[in-house]
Structures are given as C-alpha cells and as structure tokens.
Design a binder for this molecule. Structure first.
Ligand code: PEP
Ligand code: MN
Length: 385
C-alpha cells in the first residue's frame, strides 16, 4: 500500500466549491424513468431534505440481466437540466462510456460517477478518463462489485492521471456469496484501508445499495458517519413501490427527511477539525478490532455447529487435508495483503485451538451424565473441523 500512497493528490472536499461541502448529501432515484418522476422526486427532496445538495439519477442503467429497465437514456439529461433550473440542486449521473461523458458535458451535468460494474474494467475507466482530460468536474468512483481494493484505487488513479482532482470514492458494498443481512456486504475494512491510505480523498457511503432495504439504511448510514465518511448518497423516489429499478431499497422524500433527522452527523467543530491524525487512525483501528472480534465470534459459532453436526452424525474424524486447505488459502490471501507467513500460521493455529475448545464444550454438554462413546471422545480432539 505504501507505494500507492503518493499516486493520488485529490482536492479536499472543502475546496470543491459550488456549495459542495461536508456532509455531502446526495439523493435521487435509482433511475431516471420519466420527466414527471424525476421532477416530482427532486421537488420532494428540496421540500423534505433541504440539506441535500446533489440530485442523482441513473440515466443509463447497467443491468445484471438483459431485459430489465435500462434507464431512459440521453433524453433524461434534459430532465436533469430542468431539475437544476427549477430547484437549484446540482445533478449527478453514472457514466460508463466516453459517449456518456460527452453527452453529460453537453448537458451541463455537474457531477459524474463510475458505477460498481465499470470500476473493475481498466479499459472502460481509461476510456472515461481520456474523455475527461482537461475537464474540471467532480467524479465519484464506486467500489468494484468484488472486494478488491487495488481495482478501486486503480480506477481513481486513472482519473487522477487524466487531471481530475475533484475525486471521491463511494462505498456501496461488495457482492458476497456467503450469508449476509445486506444486499451487498459492507466489508468496512476496505473503505477504512482506502481512507487510511488517502486521508484527503472524500469518502462517501451509498447505504441504499449496501442495505438493499429501507429498514437497514439507518444502521449502515450511521456506521459510515461514525467512521468519518464525508457524506451519503441515498436512493430516493417519489413513489418507491412503483420504481422501475431497485424498488425494494428506495425511500420517499418524506422518509429521507426522517432518516437524515435520525442520524448523528459529526459536528465540524474546531476541535473536530484539529483532531489529531493519530487519534483518527486509532479510531479506525478500534473499529477494525471490533469487526475482527465479531467475525471471530461468528466463526466460532459455526465451528460449534459443525461440532454438533459431527456429534449427531458420528461423522468421520480426522480431516487433515481440510485444515491444510484452510491454512493454504489463508497463507495465500495473507501474502497478498502483506501479512507474514509466521503471523498467519500462529493466528490460524490460535483460531484452530479455540475452535476445538468450542467443539469440545458442545460435545461435553451433550454427553454429560450419559456414558457417551469412548471412540467419539478420542476422535473429537483431533478433528480439524
Ligand atoms: C446505482 O447507483 O443505481 C447503481 C447502479 O449502483 P452500483 O453501481 O453501486 O451498483
Ligand atoms: Mn440503484
């Protein structure tokens, strides 16, 4: 990471002008569907949430499967122009090609963002960056859909090299096949590592795409604010249930008002501004340590369940190849993250021991007072999972 550090020298949000400042609040529908929907949503936002500065709407929607609503396209840029004229809100949309960039610049769109499906493609990002050479416009880069910090940084670098200084990163969570209560797993360690490497880079959170449902928006947005994020992008629609994309996660302007009122924003008091950098880094470490403890707890709960399963099914015992596979995977992952082999080995061995202790405990609780099976008892301690 240290070799990546000097590659970005973004302008701090406070220097962006145009009323863009911390906390930067962005709201608007997932997609621009019709002129009436766009305008009604924008007016609702201005009325209910006057602190929102930027109106977002996807003009071209990258859909995972063909056949879904792909946005109204170029015609919607004129609707955004009308939003600006009638409400004074700045406008933002997603660009994925140089043609999108060109059309946005022609229509005076104020802020561009690169979506999670485009960020990981260096060709696309480079083409967008080339189209932006010499243009002074804020560009926000969403994290790639897979948890890869280097791809996120690489996209930011390409824009930076093309001369874009008003750069921001947007955390929208990561695709994750494991079970998660979120639509996209937040994996907070990634934005935290990005912020630690580039403290000047404004970091925003898109709680809508992380949460996937209104009920979890508050939790995600508050966590981002507690982690010192500079702002939020919240999908807001005048009639969420009728939305043509992401209907499950959008909220009405009235509910946006409630959400914003329920959040505690960090006060930009002189004290807060003078806050020692060391203290800030320590806060981030505390947050990561808490995340690690929670993940370890969840891991041990799983070990216990595996122990119960083995106990109940009298399942085969020694599985050294399973443990070897875990160790190899962790050594490979750790190596990529710059963690020493000895550290990984000691860490995983400690986890293994605790895991066995939990399995043994589950076993003993079950067999207490009964005669049990001596063969089970000798088996269980050797079992790596
Ligand atoms: C969006 O903002 O509507 C969107 C498509 O987001 P993402 O690129 O984060 O999936
Ligand atoms: Mn969306």
């Amino acid at each position: 990471m240290s070799s990546d550090r000097p590659t970005l020298d973004p302008e701090p949000l406070s220097a962006w002008g145009d009323g863009l400042m911390r906390p930067l609040l962005i709201a608007g529908p997932c997609s621009a569907e019709s002129e009436a929907q766009v305008l009604s949503t924008a007016h609702g936002i201005v009325k209910c949430a006057p602190n929102v500065r930027v109106f977002r709407a996807g003009v071209w929607k990258p859909r995972t499967r063909p056949g879904a609503f792909e946005g109204a396209g170029k015609q919607a840029l004129a609707w955004l122009q009308r939003v600006k004229l009638e409400t004074g809100l700045l406008t933002a949309t997603e660009v994925a090609t140089p043609e999108h960039v060109e059309a946005c610049l022609l229509h005076g769109i104020d802020v561009l963002w690169i979506g999670a499906r485009t960020t990981p493609n260096p060709f696309s990002v480079q083409a967008i960056a080339d189209a932006l050479r010499g243009v002074d416009i804020p560009v926000m880069v969403k994290n790639p859909i897979s948890p890869d910090l280097q791809l996120w940084i690489g996209a930011l670098e390409r824009l930076h090299r093309a001369g874009i200084r008003k750069l921001a990163a947007v955390h929208r969570g990561f695709s994750w096949s494991g079970s998660t209560p979120y639509r996209n797993s937040p994996m907070w360690e990634f934005p935290i590592r990005l912020a630690a490497a580039y403290p000047e880079l404004p970091l925003l959170c898109d709680p809508s795409h992380i949460a996937g449902k209104p009920g979890k928006l508050h939790e995600v947005a508050q966590k981002a604010l507690d982690l010192n994020f500079s702002g939020l992008m919240v999908e807001t629609h005048h009639a969420p249930a009728a939305a043509l994309s992401d209907a499950d996660q959008q909220i009405s302007p009235e509910n946006l008002k409630g959400l914003l009122a329920s959040l505690s924003f960090r006060v930009a008091s002189p004290d807060a501004l003078l806050r020692d950098r060391l203290e800030e880094l320590r806060d981030q470490i505390d947050q990561l340590d808490a995340d690690i403890a929670q993940k370890l707890g969840a891991r041990m709960d799983l070990s216990e369940r595996i122990g119960e399963y083995k106990r109940d099914h009298n399942v085969a015992i020694l599985q050294p190849e399973r443990w070897e596979r875990i160790m190899n995977l962790q050594a490979e992952l750790g190596g990529k993250l710059g963690l020493g082999t000895d550290f990984i080995e000691a860490f995983m061995n400690a986890i293994h021991q605790e895991s066995i202790r939990r399995q043994t405990e589950a076993w003993d609780q079950h067999t207490e007072g009964s005669e049990g099976s001596p063969s089970f008892n000798t088996r269980r301690l050797q079992d790596p999972h």
